[in-house]
Design a protein around this ligand. Structure first.
Ligand SMILES: [Zn+2]
Length: 683
């Protein structure tokens, strides 16, 4: 299990461009994205009334969501550009002659994905071995070994098993057992009773039925099977812990011996499962949610073997649908892309194949990407900004009025220990053991997934590998890991609109500067503050300072709980202030730190306005414009449930309302909407 605080929802990196990516579907290379865009600004709006509308109003009007996307914004534009860069790379390595081993690997993987004729010819044949094994099960005793075999192929089924640094000794990596096995994006989809949730379950059952029919089942059989799937997954959902509750790492901290956990849920045959799993030997492990295993233990015995087989077949179909024939791909898109996310069209094939290559051979493709786009000077200039913002955080901690000197010393220790990773890993991942052929796309995906599962399990019972990256280099995102105490900026984000060599410091600090500040602040948000300088779950706060922090964080949670995420004919959904607390804290702190760092450079020396804006104003507008976006109502609704980040509008307005520097820069007065009466401030 990774504790990874990203700048954006992780699944929206290039890796899932399949569900998010281009309008025209043309192959015209997108232009460089401006870091400071005068044409985006809506001057009919008062910045003190609605700053997001001011910064992005014209952009939103002029940039409707492309039909093959569910959201569109400045981030997505940059992702799209990266997808084109990767596409060029992959096209260039198609000719068999004179390719390096990694060019050959990614080139053949991409070619197999593009070869739709071969994929059509094979039909469901790639699934045959798994389907046959499921059909052959003839006792409950064989259920868990089959689950194990499927998990090793990357099929998320019944529960999840992986690795994590020991919460109390992060130098050591241990095994981790967790809830899992759901298909819909969150347990809420199974458990809520509002009209929209009821409709979604009905659509889901229809979708499962269609997929079983595509796999060859008769309609009446498929109808019954779909109901079985929903019943089993609903029981798993009931046993699952709520996403918001899980934010507190203490709720997931349960060291157990193998003997203990196996005895607590005997039907899981865990001793046998661990031995089969491919993991190195271990005698104790963390169990994130022991109650899940106790609850589902009864379900294993009370559900018939035939019903379990239906569920296993479904998880196989759902996982591999995107690799199969057009009929499977389209049905998968109709539910996940069109219905759940509001996307009108599926992306063109080549974009989906670029995303798939990034997903399964991402560090090989990333190596080629870095060679082409990112030199050592990129690393150097980013490091300089990181250091400037770390210095600002040091200064900021020193000025806090609510924190005692005792806790401040510990906070400095933690800040000084943060490791900065920029661009790409020091050592590239070795994919030489992954077999890739030009005529077996589903097989390539399966072997790629199996490689990654095994690579993760190999970490168990070993010293923690802090050098292993959680994102591929072309990804437009960034992250902080509490148990590693490191901040990470993939090469993909270190370009316009986040960073531009042609822009003034004000604009770059409002862009990538804020991103750096955001990731640093994660080390000190509601989750991050519970880990110490070494990445261990250890309380370093005095009781009084912890209380002061909770009060201040509570202010942010209340503020964002009042913001509307979506309002449509299905009703209004507000943000979950507790789910988004860490990200909102990081946005508020990040912007403050970036501003302090900028002021340390610009100082009080008068600077001539550029385009009619002072450096302070340019800083805030650059920040606002990073978050310009449009979302479908469906996507906004989905993200309100699963995304710990707030939508663009509130990432901007929610923060500037609390910022005296913003209000000063634009001359806002008390009583105006962008001046919050009781401003929240943690960092
Ligand atoms: Zn974040």
């Amino acid at each position: 299990m990774r504790i990874l605080c990203a700048l954006l929802l992780l699944s929206f990196s290039v890796s899932s461009a399949a569900q998010t990516s281009s309008s025209s579907q043309s192959s015209e290379f997108p232009k460089e994205i401006p870091s400071f865009d005068l044409t985006a600004i809506d001057k009919t709006v008062d910045p003190c009334v609605d700053f997001y509308q001011y910064s992005c109003g014209n952009w939103m009007k002029n940039n409707p969501i492309p039909p093959d996307k569910s959201s569109w914004g400045r981030f997505y534009e940059l992702r799209e550009r990266n997808v084109y860069v990767l596409h060029d790379i992959l096209e260039q390595v198609q000719t068999p002659a004179q390719r390096s081993p990694i060019q050959e690997k990614v080139g053949d993987y991409y070619a197999a994905c593009m070869d739709e004729a071969t994929i059509e010819k094979k039909g469901t044949e790639p699934l045959a071995p798994t389907m046959k094994a499921i059909a052959a099960l003839n006792s409950k005793q064989q259920l868990i070994p089959q689950v194990s075999a499927m998990q090793r192929d990357g099929i998320r089924v019944l529960f999840s098993f992986g690795q994590m640094p020991d919460m109390h000794d992060s130098r050591q990596t241990i095994a981790n057992l967790d809830q899992g096995g759901l298909t819909l994006p969150d347990r809420d989809y199974y458990l809520k009773d509002d009209a929209k949730s009821v409709e979604t379950r009905q659509k889901y059952v229809e979708h499962v039925q269609k997929m079983f029919e595509l796999a060859g089942d008769k309609p009446d059989v498929a109808t019954a099977e779909a109901k079985t799937v929903l019943a089993i997954e609903t029981a798993l959902a009931k046993a699952s812990m709520d996403r918001t509750v899980r934010r507190d790492p203490h709720t997931r901290d349960h060291m157990m011996t193998v003997t203990e956990v196996a005895a607590s849920a005997p039907n899981f045959q865990l001793t046998e499962f661990f031995a089969d799993s491919g993991a190195p030997k271990f005698t104790s492990l963390n169990v994130s949610n022991p109650d899940f295993f106790k609850a589902v233990n009864d379900q294993i015995s009370s559900t018939s073997l035939d019903d379990w087989k239906v569920y296993l077949r479904w998880r196989t179909l759902d996982t591999y649908a995107p690799t199969l024939t057009k009929a499977f791909v389209d049905e998968d898109f109709q539910f996940n892309g069109a219905y759940l996310s509001g996307q009108k069209e599926i992306e063109v094939r080549w974009k989906r194949c670029v995303a798939s290559t990034d997903r399964n051979l991402g560090m090989a493709l990333g190596q080629l990407y870095v060679d082409k786009t990112f030199g050592p000077e990129g690393k150097e200039r980013t490091l300089k900004m990181v250091q400037a913002i770390e210095a600002a955080m040091h200064q900021d901690i020193g000025q806090l009025t609510w924190m005692s000197d005792t806790t401040k010393q510990k906070a400095y220790e933690k800040l000084n220990a943060i490791v900065n990773n920029i661009g790409y890993p020091d050592k590239w991942r070795d994919y030489s053991s992954v077999v890739v052929t030009r005529d077996d796309y589903a097989g390539n995906v399966e072997r790629g997934s199996a490689f990654e599962v095994q690579r993760q399990l190999n970490k168990i019972s070993k010293p923690t590998d802090k050098k292993d990256w959680g994102m591929t280099p072309p990804t437009v995102n960034a992250y902080y890991r509490a148990n590693m105490n490191d901040i990470n900026f993939p090469a993909g984000i270190l370009q316009p609109p986040f960073y531009s060599q042609n822009m003034d410091d004000a604009v770059n600090y409002g862009g990538i500067g804020m991103v750096i500040g955001h990731e640093l602040t994660h080390g000190f948000d509601d989750q991050g503050r519970k880990y110490d300088a070494d990445g261990n779950l250890k309380d370093w706060w005095t009781a009084e300072d912890a209380k002061a922090f909770e009060e201040r964080a509570g202010c942010i949670a209340d503020e964002y709980s009042g913001f509307v995420a979506v309002k449509d004919d299905k009703g209004e959904v507000k943000l979950n202030g507790k789910l988004t607390l860490g990200e909102n804290t990081a946005d508020n702190g990040g912007l403050k730190l970036a501003y302090m760092a900028l002021m340390n450079i610009v100082g009080n020396t008068p600077v001539k306005p550029i385009d009619g804006y002072t450096p302070q104003q340019r800083f805030f507008i650059a920040y606002g414009q990073i978050w310009c976006e449009n979302r479908t109502d469906q996507q906004a609704r989905k993200l309100a449930i699963i995304d710990p980040h707030s939508p663009g509008r509130w990432r901007v307005n929610g923060v500037v309302q609390n910022s005296a520097a913003f209000q000063q820069a634009f001359g806002c007065k008390a009583g105006q909407p962008m001046v919050r009466q009781n401003a929240c401030r943690v960092w």
